[in-house]
Design a protein. Structure first.
Length: 216
């Protein structure tokens, strides 16, 4: 029969081995979790409004002050062209990382995702929701998800509330920031971005020059 000292040493060895085994198992678990592929963003249908032969694409972040100014300047002309059947408007909400963080509530991704929810639930309400949200000139913390759902309901998209609450399209809106078309002159990208019939337009502040003279 071994001495008390030897039994103590053996106990210490077994404890050490057990600790090593546990640490190894934890390491394997951590590596496994870290190596799991990130959940893929749910890709919504494209947001297209109108049935005109000419196309106007607008890339924007609802939290972007320049985008709010763009909507004030160009929105009425674009709506007239949709109503007259001259254009199809394609909307591309994005969440720019800096703006998304600046709100403190990830408003850029939440509002962009909400627009996709509205477009899916009630396509006829999309333009109204888009216009009314921009008319609020979101700043500070932006709107809550409840506010966004209420605005969706107000514009006729009651069915969008669950989608907005779930944040279904938020990852997609974040990913879209990397898809912004680049300015051929500077190779930079930002919002707002305007394309007319697929051509990148250097925004001048004149809907006449930037859109009307390029269609029809």
């Amino acid at each position: 029969m071994g001495s008390a000292k030897s039994r103590t040493n053996m106990f210490a060895v077994w404890v050490s081995l057990a600790v090593v085994a546990v640490l190894a198992a934890v390491a394997v678990l951590v590596v496994t979790i870290n190596n799991r592929p990130a959940a893929e963003a749910v890709v919504p249908e494209s947001i297209s409004i109108g049935e005109g032969a000419d196309t106007v694409d607008v890339w924007f972040d609802f939290y972007c002050p320049h985008c709010q100014v763009f909507e004030d300047q160009y929105g009425p002309t674009i709506e007239e062209l949709i109503d007259s059947g001259d254009i199809t408007l394609n909307l591309h909400p994005v969440a720019l990382s800096g703006l998304n963080a600046a709100s403190g509530t990830q408003f850029s991704e939440r509002s962009g995702g909400a627009l996709h929810c509205v477009a899916e639930a009630a396509p006829e309400a999309t333009l109204d929701f888009f216009q009314q949200l921009f008319a609020l000139n979101p700043s500070g913390a932006g709107l809550t998800d409840g506010d966004l759902a209420a605005l969706a309901s107000q514009t006729g998209a009651d069915a969008a509330s669950d989608c907005i609450a779930d944040g279904m399209y938020r990852p997609f809106v974040i990913d879209q920031a990397a898809e912004l078309p680049t300015d051929p002159a500077t190779e930079g990208a930002g919002t707002p971005t305007l394309l007319v019939n697929g051509e990148y337009i250097a925004i001048t502040g004149s809907p006449q020059a930037d859109i009307l003279e390029r269609i029809g």
